[in-house]
Write a protein that binds this ligand. Structure first.
Ligand code: BJW
Length: 242
């Protein structure tokens, strides 16, 4: 790895970082898109056409999320945020809360959060561990039929993009972890940060669709490659001091 002290790190994570916690990815063998057609569960049109089916998909995943735990990769990134003297921003495409449970605090959920629900009638967003149905009233406006998962479907605008862009323009180290590099705008983050002069590193089980754009690659399970990479980053600080 290029040994230097970075001032501003942006980390993008995808489903691969949570795979070893027991949450299926989307596009791998055995992934969610093998069992569900994405057009039937991850678009606003699908929700409009069949809200009960889409709610059931998310109710099921919400229930499964409550059974799993963060893994060594989530903990390593939380340690990096705590111990690294520069700015560390975590941008996740994941809707799970495993980064938070591991201790990460500066985090943007660009594709939303599974444990949050939004009312389309009044805009109220709230946390819940419960199932939601078309018959569930909104706790704020009491209307029925307006609740939906607070996630970003295809064709919808990801959250906090402006803040992400600003950080990508300024960062000097960009890490992409466990993401296939096939869903935009996240897949394009490596190009933006690279053009801004950042050193770009991919950590994944195998090369992603964007692999050629990274300066450095570490392939293997996230629970192994992420903690090892974080240790090297933190050790380089100790060496600098001596
Ligand atoms: C491991 C591992 C282990 C496994 N250790 N690694 C043409 C060009 C450009 C854009 C478009 C286009 N046509 C359409 C679009 C737009 C569209 C898009 O990108 N479509 C593509 C399919 C082409 N994008 C959108 O619609 C987005 N919105 C948008 O563009 O708004 C307009 C806009 C305009 C201008 C500027 C900016 C915006 C919204 C995208 C929403 C995505 N939503 C989902 C569902 C979220 C809710 C839910 O969870 O149900 O988000 S889809 C799904 O894919 C989910 C994920 O966050 C996302 C990315 O998946 P991810 O995380 O990469 O997972 P996988 O499964 O693909 O990969 C796993 C990886 O892990 C693999 O590489 C494995 O090797 C690895 N792995 N085990 C380490 N143990």
């Amino acid at each position: 790895m290029m040994r230097r002290k970075f001032k501003h790190i942006v980390i993008l994570t995808g489903a691969g970082i949570s795979a070893e916690s027991g949450i299926p990815t989307f596009r791998d063998k055995g992934g969610l898109w093998e069992k569900f057609r994405l057009e039937e569960v991850a678009t606003p049109e699908a929700f409009q056409k069949n809200p009960d089916f889409v709610n059931e998909f998310y109710n099921l995943r919400r229930k499964e999320l409550l059974k799993v735990r963060p893994n060594a990769a989530h903990y390593a990134l939380a340690k990096l945020e705590r111990e690294y003297p520069g700015k560390v921003l975590l941008v996740t495409q994941n809707v799970d809360d495993l980064h938070e449970r591991a201790g990460s605090r500066k985090i943007i959920h660009m594709h939303g959060e599974l444990l949050k629900v939004r009312c389309e009638k009044c805009g109220y967003v709230f946390k819940t561990h419960e199932e939601i149905f078309t018959t569930t009233p909104c706790p704020a406006c009491r209307q029925k039929g307006g609740l939906r998962p607070h996630v970003v479907w295809f064709g919808e605008m990801p959250f906090q993009l402006e803040e992400i862009w600003e950080n990508l323009q300024k960062c000097d180290l960009f890490l992409a972890i466990g993401t296939s590099g096939t869903v935009y705008p996240a897949a394009g983050f490596v190009e933006i940060s690279r053009q801004a002069g950042a050193w770009c590193v991919e950590l994944n089980l195998k090369p992603s669709a964007m692999a050629d754009l990274f300066h450095e690659h570490h392939y293997g399970p996230a629970t192994q490659v992420v903690p090892a990479f974080v240790e090297v980053l933190l050790e380089s600080l100790v060496k600098d001091k001596n």
